[in-house]
Design a protein around this ligand. Structure first.
Ligand code: LRH
Ligand code: MN
Ligand code: MN
Length: 427
């Protein structure tokens, strides 16, 4: 199924009078505060969030999986699903592949298919946390950190293969997330494991194309429960610094212990020019991979406040980060969930753009925490939904993507096309 512009226009026309009223109200308010509405809208439109190829089907836990039907069975169908999202929200213009979950067999065809949906290929992700059927050596006790040099070489070779696939598609970055770690005290030598990881990453880095970046993702626990080799941003940053200029830290929101000050991590990494990429999701307990903004929208806003400050800082040497959603969907329709996530990201971004940075800096210099809080919360409590909707409509997408998804019976159509029992591969 493809959504046609006329279908979107018809839905938008119906919602237009109500939208106009709310948009005029906020435009008027922002203009009175000297905030240029047109440039806000442009910024919202150019903020594109990659969708991972593994998030388009229902995920499961080890206790069960409840697929809803109509899931994409092939990479082409996964691209079609991201195309549907992008047609609805004009904010998901890229797809990120996990190899070997999604190997592009016929590259020319896959590229043309993605281009027909106006989609780019974002970072490619390697996978050395599972054993594949044809694999010689097991990753049970680690990959890039393994005590056996043959396992390490196999993992390095896999990363090189992932880069080759990415090059063919036009990707420019490799995301490395390692499950490597141990579940019992004494099981692994911390220092040797980290040293071997660094050495293995050095091999990959040295052979990476010159215009590529490497993103190193950290996570405190899971799948191992005592120690993870790259457990936190500090370890990731240490590795990235030792590797060189084109290695960066990747922050996945779910990869922190409860109450971690993620916005401070963002600020520190950007100050060092080392924030390469971002995986959005939300959580209550750990790596819950829930819909972005579902649990802690204020935290998301505070994180965006730092991201915007970092991106607006002319002296910053931080490159423009790669944005991606990284979530799994056990209860919700994956496409509806992704629409909600993209919207939550756009809202937090728009709110962060409203922060009066000069006034905030003055309040900080004057040691006025009351005023600083007022300034932040004034932005956070602004209803920016009409701004984001306007940005979408101007870009040819739906004023209300979720309502459009339901009115156009997208899932019902997909179930009809692909069957009730079709299940996506991946997570
Ligand atoms: C690990 C992770 C990482 C993987 C993805 C499937 O928890 O966040 O980014 O590649 O999930
Ligand atoms: Mn992730
Ligand atoms: Mn994760």
């Amino acid at each position: 199924m493809r959504i046609d512009k006329n279908q979107i226009n018809t839905l938008n026309d119906k919602a237009l009078p109500d939208h106009r009223e709310s948009f005029e109200y906020i435009s008027h308010k922002l203009t009175a505060r000297d905030i240029p509405v047109a440039s806000l809208i442009e910024k919202i439109q150019s903020f594109q969030i990659a969708i991972p190829s593994w998030a388009l089907g229902t995920g499961g836990t080890r206790f069960g999986r409840f697929p809803g039907g109509g899931e994409p069975r092939t990479l082409e169908e996964k691209i079609d699903d991201v195309g549907l999202l992008h047609a609805l929200n004009a904010g998901s213009g890229a797809i990120s592949l996990h190899i070997p979950w999604d190997i592009p067999e016929n590259v020319a065809q896959i590229k043309a298919h993605a281009a027909s949906h106006n989609l780019l290929f974002d970072a490619v992700n390697s996978n050395t946390f599972q054993d594949q059927p044809e694999q010689q050596k097991s990753y049970k006790f680690g990959s890039l950190c393994h005590s056996d040099a043959d396992v390490r070489s196999q993992a390095v070779a896999h990363n090189m293969e992932v880069i080759r696939h990415g090059e063919a598609l036009g990707s420019k970055s490799l995301t490395v997330w390692l499950a490597d770690g141990s579940s019992f005290p004494g099981q692994m030598n911390f220092r040797k494991a980290l040293q071997r990881t660094l050495d293995s990453l050095r091999e990959i880095y040295a052979r990476m194309p010159e215009d590529w970046k490497m993103f190193i993702e950290y996570k405190p626990y899971e799948p191992y429960f005592y120690h993870t080799v790259i457990q936190d941003w500090g370890t990731s940053h240490l590795l990235a610094s030792q590797l060189g200029e084109r290695a960066f830290t990747l922050v996945d929101l779910g990869h922190h212990l409860p109450n971690t000050n993620i916005e401070q991590i963002v600020a520190t990494l950007m100050m060092q020019g080392k924030l390469g990429g971002f995986h959005f999701n939300d959580s209550k307990f750990g790596d819950d991979d829930l819909t972005v903004g579902a649990m802690k929208p204020y935290q998301l806003f505070l994180i965006f406040n730092e991201l915007v400050a970092g991106m607006e800082d002319n002296t910053s040497k931080n490159p423009y980060p790669a944005w991606m959603i990284d979530a799994s969907h056990n209860l919700k329709d994956p496409l509806e969930d992704l629409l909600q996530s993209v919207e939550a990201i756009q809202l937090a971004y728009a709110q962060a753009l409203l922060v009066d940075r000069k006034a905030l800096e003055n309040a900080r210099e004057d040691n006025d925490p009351v005023l600083a809080q007022e300034i932040l919360q004034r932005a956070f409590r602004t209803d920016v939904r009409p701004l984001v909707a306007e940005a979408r409509m101007e870009a040819g997408a739906a004023l209300d993507p979720l309502a459009a998804f339901r009115t156009l019976s997208v899932r019902e159509n997909l179930v009809r096309e692909r069957g009730k029992k079709s299940m996506a591969t991946g997570l």
